[in-house]
Write a protein that binds this ligand. Structure first.
Ligand code: PEP
Ligand code: MN
Length: 370
């Protein structure tokens, strides 16, 4: 996918792009108050939900088409482009008629290729920037697929929004950030701008500043933050919205770091530190190879004595002792567990290759396949 560079995409806005606005547009008074309060704060774009995807019926579903002009007028009054979520060709038609500047596709829509394609057809021939939120569940291909569909429909001013992922594991976040996914998206499509939505990741305004700073530190191209004049009484997402002042404070507290430096000494020191990492990685891999050799020897022994590969007690013991050893070495417990699981998975694979190896016609064992 060939995307224009972010500089061409940016609508003349300074980087990184800061977007603020309510979860849902509720009234002209509400959206005007937000627009006025954010003017001059560095916020470059006003967001507002017009049609809200809600988990259960009976919740506030958004005002609908009528609120499009409220949002657009509020944007005009402060000279800010405005953006809304679209989830159907009808939404697209209404948003385009109202002169909305940018569209975004929500997490619940990105999961559905039929719907994304319908939206693409409605957008064919229209030159408007579109941002695509990640799908609800951690599926990078589905996220890329939605971007590709838009690209193929002639929409080239594209950006992605990372809003976190639903996982069954309990976490302090409403949607786990799983940072490796958006970073892999950046690796796969380097020219695609990626913004972060700390509001929907956190689900709790107290956590937003930390996630926003992490996103900036990881080189994200902007932030989309939910802002409401009276968050506690917001008709949707009351726990995660910031007041305009809260957003201004967050912006003022952000530390913007550079990806590189012109300072030759700093570059030299960094190079040295990286060489150290390179050497450690080599040693790690050599050690892993030695461990795998031992695993294969055990595999041969199990085969000889007709024993099963997987031994639950042994695995439980590893899962207990390794994180404990790791903790003594200041290593994160979850990291050690995941690492051991990965090593164990390949050890099982290696040993099954040995166990299921067929003897050749001369009675010797054939070499394992792959
Ligand atoms: C939103 O931004 O208001 C929204 C509904 O977000 P998401 O699609 O990320 O849940
Ligand atoms: Mn919301």
């Amino acid at each position: 996918m060939q995307l224009p560079d972010i500089e061409h995409w940016r609508l003349g806005l300074a980087q990184p792009l800061l977007i603020g606005g309510p979860c849902g547009v509720e009234s002209p008074t509400q959206i005007n108050a937000i627009a006025q309060a954010l003017a001059g704060s560095g916020v470059g774009m006003l967001r507002g939900g017009i049609w809200k995807p809600r988990t259960r019926p009976g919740s506030f579903q958004g005002i609908g088409s009528e609120a499009l002009t409220w949002l657009k007028d509020a944007g005009i009054s402060v000279g800010m482009p405005v953006m809304v979520e679209v989830a159907s060709p009808f939404h697209v038609g209404e948003a385009l008629t109202a002169g909305i500047d940018v569209l975004w596709i929500g997490a619940r829509t990105t999961v559905n290729p039929f719907l994304v394609q319908e939206i693409c057809e409605a957008l064919r021939g229209v030159d408007i920037p579109v941002m695509v939120k990640n799908p609800v569940h951690p599926d990078l291909e589905l996220w890329i697929g939605a971007l590709e569909r838009l690209d193929q429909a002639g929409i080239h001013r594209l950006a992605a929004i990372h809003r976190g992922f639903h996982t069954y594991e309990k976490s302090r976040y409403r949607n786990a950030p799983l940072w490796s996914l958006p970073l892999e998206l950046k690796r796969r499509i380097p020219t695609l701008p990626i913004l972060n939505d700390p509001s929907h990741i956190c689900g709790d305004r107290a956590l937003i500043a930390g996630v926003a700073q992490t996103a900036i530190d990881l080189g994200f191209n902007g932030l989309m933050v939910e802002v409401h004049p009276d968050p506690a009484n917001a008709l949707s997402d009351p726990e995660q919205q910031l007041t305009p002042d809260g957003f201004r404070t967050l912006i003022a507290g952000l530390v913007f770091r550079k990806p590189t430096t012109d300072d030759a000494v700093v570059r030299h020191v960094l190079d040295d530190l990286r060489k150290r990492i390179d050497r450690i990685d080599d040693e790690l891999l050599e050690l892993l190879a030695v461990r795998m050799q031992a695993v294969r020897e055990i595999g041969e022994y199990k085969r000889e004595h007709n024993m099963t590969i997987f031994q639950l007690e042994r695995w439980n013991e590893i899962l207990k002792t390794r994180p404990a050893t790791g903790a003594g070495l200041d290593l994160n417990k979850q990291f050690v567990v995941r690492l051991m699981e990965l090593i164990h998975e390949d050890s099982i694979h290696q040993q099954s290759q040995i166990l299921y190896r067929q003897p050749t016609s001369d009675g010797k064992d054939a070499a394992p396949t792959s």
